[in-house]
Write a protein that binds this ligand. Structure first.
Ligand SMILES: CC(C)(COP(=O)(O)OP(=O)(O)OC[C@H]1O[C@@H](n2cnc3c(N)ncnc32)[C@H](O)[C@@H]1OP(=O)(O)O)[C@@H](O)C(=O)NCCC(=O)NCCS
Length: 207
């Protein structure tokens, strides 16, 4: 595929494709996080995206197709909160028992992302490439854009978190110069949340 690609801020009109990409991310990184039938899960993710702000979120477009998304948060522009309206709609979407299991999964997911970035850091999150477009450079291009956004905002370090079992993403980030380590979660978060590793990279200031 050699169509040129560009990255732009996500718009409300991207919600259907963002929902599809983020459903892929949850299924890939945290299988079993959401319960119930796939249509109900997809509808829940659509509501999460629909009812939340799109601040700091970008999409990568190739030809006229969105093939990747990613987001960056800083202390001045923090990660948007999880849309509580979407959480409240879980029982009607997937039934009480599945809703409770999904809520437990969502809470465990939130525990591992709850720390805000430090003043000189940018937190990169929710990076996913459409499964039909992986291995063609879109992920690296999205990361370059997110890092550029961070340096343009005066940040010196990019930080991110990966679920420990996601060996592919860990290798992808390591290939881009990210190092595993850094401050760990408190004991409670580590015990209850999904096991994750922190990765970081020092960013070259823009000239
Ligand atoms: C991880 C992900 C974003 C990578 O995007 P991608 O477009 O497939 O990656 P790219 O084609 O840009 O690859 C860039 C480099 O990383 C390497 N890489 C990518 N995926 C890799 C993997 N699974 N294992 C090892 N290396 C990998 C590539 O070989 C390439 O190396 P090169 O520059 O030396 O050729 C994508 O596979 C994805 O969406 N995965 C599912 C969701 C996910 O896990 N997101 C991360 C959440 S923290």
């Amino acid at each position: 595929m050699d169509s040129p690609s560009r990255v732009r801020s996500a718009a409300r009109s991207d919600i259907p494709v963002l929902s599809r990409l983020l459903t892929q991310l949850y299924a890939f990184e945290l299988p079993g996080l959401l319960r119930g039938d796939p249509a109900a899960q997809a509808e829940f993710v659509r509501r999460l995206v629909l009812w939340g702000p799109l601040d700091g979120r970008f999409v990568l477009v190739r030809g006229d197709e969105v093939v990747a998304t990613g987001a960056v948060a800083t202390i001045d522009a923090p990660r948007p909160p999880t849309a509580s309206g979407a959480l409240l709609s879980l029982p009607s979407l997937m039934g009480a028992a599945n809703a409770v299991k999904s809520l437990v999964g969502v809470a465990r997911g939130l525990l591992i992302v709850a720390s805000p970035p430090a003043a000189d850091e940018a937190q990169i999150h929710s990076v996913v490439v459409d499964d039909r477009a992986r291995g063609q450079g879109a992920g690296a291009e999205m990361m370059a854009h997110l890092e550029h956004t961070a340096t343009a905002a005066g940040k010196r370090r990019a930080v991110l978190q990966v679920v420990s079992s996601n060996a592919g993403a860990r290798a992808f980030y390591a290939n881009l110069g990210y190092t595993e380590g850094g401050p760990t979660h408190g004991r409670l978060r580590s015990a209850v949340g999904f096991r994750s590793v922190l990765m970081h990279k020092d960013l070259a200031p823009t000239g």
